[in-house]
Design a protein around this ligand. Sequence first.
Ligand SMILES: Nc1ncnc2c1ncn2[C@@H]1O[C@H](COP(=O)(O)OS(=O)(=O)O)[C@@H](OP(=O)(O)O)[C@H]1O
Ligand SMILES: Nc1ncnc2c1ncn2[C@@H]1O[C@H](COP(=O)(O)OP(=O)(O)O)[C@@H](O)[C@H]1O
Length: 201
Amino acid sequence: MQAENHIYPIFDRMLGRADKEALLHQHSVMIWFTGLSGSGKSTIAIALERELQKRGLLCRILDGDNIRSGINNNLGFSAEDRVENIRRIAEVGKLFVETGIITLAAFISPNNELREMASRIIGKENFLEIYVSTPLEECERRDVKGLYAKARKGEIRNFTGISAPFEAPAHPDLSLDTSKLSVEESVNRLLELILPRVKAE
Ligand SMILES: Nc1ncnc2c1ncn2[C@@H]1O[C@H](COP(=O)(O)OS(=O)(=O)O)[C@@H](OP(=O)(O)O)[C@H]1O
Ligand SMILES: Nc1ncnc2c1ncn2[C@@H]1O[C@H](COP(=O)(O)OP(=O)(O)O)[C@@H](O)[C@H]1O
């Protein structure tokens, strides 16, 4: 009882998302990129972050390079591990969004169940789903990391698009096929969608 009396007044005084957003002169949102390996998720996120920063907007990118190599370095690509991967990313993403930061997550997140879980954790109203819909043939032609070749040879198991499924989102907020759109065109489409939401009045 005594502990509660001490703790509650402190929580009452804790600064909230609105205070952080006011400090940063922006509104936060989660921009969730989904698509095959090599579809262009990270490339577009990086280019978008630069454009938002030019406009005085603070962003944070979450991608395989900073998540799978760190907080999630004990996870692989089984169905169970992908659930835990996305769950942790969504929880971390939620913290950034609550800090007023525009958050860009670039993960394959290969099915509706995973993306719905992320949206539920972060809050539907804070979540924009961007489907980078570049066809498998183009991703495989690019084969940026040589992983498709290895997957075709059976050297990598459960490889999305080859030996593990990818379920396209039914109603994404935006679709970007990078076999047809330049990076600049994709970024411009994203800016049209995002700027009205994130700019402070
Ligand atoms: N089996 C298998 N399937 C898919 N991808 C694999 C696999 N093994 C390693 N990789 C590399 O890991 C990157 C995908 O990680 P994600 O965290 O985005 O995947 S997931 O959302 O949990 O499905 C993905 O990187 P991106 O190219 O950045 O998408 C791959 O390079
Ligand atoms: N129009 C385009 N949009 C995005 N990426 C493109 C485009 N054309 C070619 N690429 C190349 O495709 C690759 C996409 O890789 P990456 O961004 O790492 O994809 P992902 O994060 O989805 O795995 C990069 O080498 C990038 O330079």
